[in-house]
Design a protein around this ligand. Sequence first.
Ligand code: NAD
Length: 425
Amino acid sequence: MNKNTDVYSQTKDEILKIGKKFKLDKNKLENFLEPNRILEVKIPVKTKKGIKIYKGYRSQHNNKLGPYKGGIRFHQNVDENEVKALSLWMTLKCAIANLPFGGGKGGIIVNPKELSESELEELSKGYIKKIYDIIGPLKDIPAPDVNTNAKIMKWMTDEYISLANEKNKKINRTLYSTFTGKPIEHNGLEGREEATGYGGVIILEEVIKKLGLNKKTLTMAIQGFGNVGFYFAKFASDLGYKITALSDSKGAILKTSKEDSFDIPLVLECKKKQGVLAGCYCSGGVCDIKKGKIISNDELLELPVDILVPAALENVINENNMHKIKAKIIIEMANGPITPNAFNYLSKKGVIIVPDILANSGGVAGSYIEWKQNLENKKYKKKEVFTMLETIMKKAFSNLWHAKEKYKTDLKETSYVYAINKIIE
Ligand code: NAD
């Protein structure tokens, strides 16, 4: 979401280079990179100061493997190129996870914090009015993304169903599958909230098994303590990994003893109480300041841990700090946390990096299960959802690990070549 970088051109250049290296058909690759359709819409919203018009987009990148799938982002820095790039990543991510989906993404240029609740609802519903014709259970299935959530998905679903009603379409429960990430009580999925973090930990477990390491001896630092960071930390610590450092936007905390791991639910409780992580050295039922210290967000990334998990923002590992990174394994849970140059540098140094399009695909895999649940008019239990997620994630990992041996390169280039070949061949 950096205004100065054209993330779409950057991604295109990166993929064209990879395509050249692996001798992919240039014409087919260039065609593939262009989205099938970009819809630009104007959405009027009644505000106290009169009608305000917001600009929005929906990019439908590729539907060779199934309906377009991807979130809707509300942010002041949304632009056409960003939406195009995000939809391209979704195409690749769905192909890697073997989901019957293509890639899509939407966005509205807005700072949602400046809108009242009713204005936000009008904007969300207005956007759906404008893109109604191109979405649907078997056409294009939106989901939440930055600054959108289950409540917004409910407003959008309600609007979609009311428009379908007006157009005399046969209303049935399958129409709920037009959106994923809905509240559980409104046809959402149990376990969807945990899916991205849970999926990431399944991938971590597979990597550790392949490398023949003993997880109980491994230390881990996690950047970001939101949805993804929290659940990743929770599931990893349940499995015995030692979480020795955590951070949020306000600062980072470190365990002073390498043998000691954070008690993740207690840290969350503490963070809720005081609003920030800094100061939460919870262990064994107490928050004991002697057992930890506050460090900076930059220091967290440079710690001598075995596993580093960036789960917050893009480009946090870059040309400025790549030489200081000491972790041996990095799991990219955020989207794009490592710049292409830093990725190449660290990969050449022997760091095992699991790319975002594999590591965080538990989110879209969870969405797939929600879509299936609504289409089949079922209600899955959390346990069933976790079992299905495990199957999807393990298969995706195993396919890529084999492909990595065939292509003799890192997991990121492997993911790109594997996914693109699947779509263009
Ligand atoms: P979130 O808003 O719930 O949490 C973000 C966390 O990052 C917060 O704890 C925030 O305090 C922290 N943070 C912000 N700036 C930071 C900084 N400079 N240093 C350390 N921490 C910082 O968001 P999320 O849903 O957890 O998403 C995190 C990342 O994962 C994003 O890149 C997102 O695109 C990606 N992702 C999320 C999902 C999902 O299902 N939520 C799926 C796939 C990918």
